[in-house]
Design a protein around this ligand. Sequence first.
Ligand SMILES: Cc1ncc(COP(=O)(O)O)c(C=O)c1O
Length: 367
Amino acid sequence: MLLNISGAKYSKITKIGEKIRNLEKQTGNKYLYLNQGVNNVCKIDINNIAKSIDYNTKDIQVYPTMQGKIELRSAINKVYFNKKSDEKNILITGGGMSGLDLTFQTINVNKIFLPVFYWGSYLNIAKIRNINSDFYEDFDWVKNNLKILKNSAVVICDPNNPLGNKYDDNKLLNLIYDLNNNNIVVIIDSPYRKVFYDDKDDFYQKIYNLKNVIIVESFSKSIGLSGQRIGFVHSIDNNFINEILIRLMYATNGINAFSQILVTKILDTDEGKKATENFKKTTQKAIKQNIEYLISKKLIANDFFKTSQPKGIFTIVNKSEHELLDKRIGSVSLSFFTKKQNNVIKNYSRICVSVPNDTFINYFSQF
Ligand SMILES: Cc1ncc(COP(=O)(O)O)c(C=O)c1O
């Protein structure tokens, strides 16, 4: 059979997980899976919310509307945009991955610029869609090289995956305004941001109406529902929304109705808001404690946090994947997240710090 082979690779992170599971079987020892990219401090308590859903309805049993349920888009407009945007600017997707894929394939640009330390899927999606990609060193480079970025798109991920660093919002906003004003497409893919902010966060309200800005969001991290495969894309460019709507339709025939109703209830009922608040409070506290513990043990890779803060849910430690595995800690070598290769990068690793603090200390006190 003749095939269109993309050259994209299966995530190394999944392979590390398989390796650790095998080691656990062979040795009978428990490992800490910090190679993963999900919040693992606690679960969001959705049992009662799910029970309140009536399954014997058209709402659940029949194809959902293609752009996503209006109730969900309206709840998103309320929670993320303080009702300033419009439901027509929001399209429900099967998570951030699908939102990014739809965005990458729809925008007509010469190149997509990624951060020099990047989430590998960006590159793989670009490869599958035959789109050129390149890298920017840092936000100062972007600001000073707007000419080079002409006819390109820039992806902004803050707090970043893999570094877990968070830049000052004003610095980010200035950069986004500059890019937008120079007609450069900005893809805001920051699914970790809302883990640390509540409904009062007005960041998106300050950029929602910029014509070159596309916001890709996800409920995988902010409310811990990666299993539900749901997120959204926001843009005020109607042509862009119409085109990705068509592409979403022929790729999926709509996004799972149950997950749409579930997320609507989480965003828009008192019970859902309480569950979200509890989830975020517990998660934020453990992440902060874990980062502080790493700092106190001089395990954090300070080089990466000179002009930004280590916020989470990831951070970089000055130990190699191998050294961490020796202590039964799963991680991903920093070299996996960049084309830059040197000894520092080889000997540093990305870990997920979103786990309970006592468990975290149990393992890291071995250093
Ligand atoms: C930076 C970044 N963007 C987007 C996603 C997509 O997540 P999902 O498809 O679960 O929404 C991830 C997941 O790990 C991520 O790290």
